[in-house]
Design a protein around this ligand. Structure first.
Ligand code: SAM
Length: 216
């Protein structure tokens, strides 16, 4: 059964307002109104992924392509930025936003559970603000690892459960009913370690965690 949050992501009313209203408002609220962090989030991601001209980068669950477009600029003129998402309204908006843009990203409809790309196809893969609503995030991470070449970089942004026991218990009791999941401090870094990643880093901002690493 499709969760409430997944239905929201598929709603055509969300896609046009996602980039300039929904996401900035939510990001600021969830990250403790840390304006500086939110303003530099895309640049930090480009750095975490170590994108250079010529890189091939995949943005998993790209939504309307806000990060994908930034990646495309970083890898131009001879690189490739690809966004993949399940939602047709989000992808339609992504394509619209790239109309007439030189070095625009490519967009593909597909599921993070079974990425439609060959093994080791990318130098870098990101997945932001999505693992907490994807039904099987561990399988999505296995797919991310499969399409990333050895030596390639991964950057993830996902939820981080509360440090307060009572709040944590409420989060785990209530949020799964909506299709959302809160991750523990060592969930994502643990996956990277299990898959033998190197240079693993983790940063927390409010209820968000940023994890990066290098595939061995
Ligand atoms: C909150 S948006 C995040 C968009 C963008 N990455 C960002 O940081 O703003 C979550 C996106 O995940 C997509 N999504 C949800 N489940 C997915 C799946 N199984 N495979 C691919 N995309 C999925 C939704 O369609 C939505 O566009």
């Amino acid at each position: 059964m499709t969760s409430f949050v997944q239905r929201v992501m598929q709603n055509p009313l969300l896609a046009p307002v996602y980039e300039h209203a929904y996401r900035p408002a939510l990001a600021l609220a969830l990250m403790g109104f840390d304006f500086d962090h939110v303003r530099h989030e895309q640049q930090h991601t480009v750095e975490a992924l170590r994108l250079v001209p010529g890189s091939r980068v995949l943005d998993v669950a790209c939504g309307p392509g806000l990060f994908t477009r930034r990646f495309a600029r970083a890898v131009a003129p001879d690189g490739l930025a690809v966004g993949v998402d399940l939602s047709v309204p989000m992808l339609t908006q992504a394509v619209r936003r790239s109309a007439g843009v030189l070095d625009a990203p490519a967009y593909v409809r597909g599921s993070a559970h079974a990425l439609p790309f060959p093994d080791a196809a990318f130098d870098a893969v990101s997945c932001y603000a999505a693992l907490y609503l994807i039904p099987d995030p561990r399988r999505a991470f296995a797919e991310i690892t499969r399409v990333l070449r050895p030596g390639g970089r991964v950057a993830l942004m996902a939820s981080a459960e509360s440090t307060y026991g009572v709040v944590r218990r409420v989060q785990h009791a209530v949020l799964p009913r909506t299709g959302l999941r809160m991750f523990a401090d060592d969930d994502l870094t643990g996956w990277l370690a299990d898959y033998g990643y190197d240079e693993i880093t983790r940063e927390r901002h409010g209820v968000a965690q940023y994890v990066s690493g290098t595939r061995c």
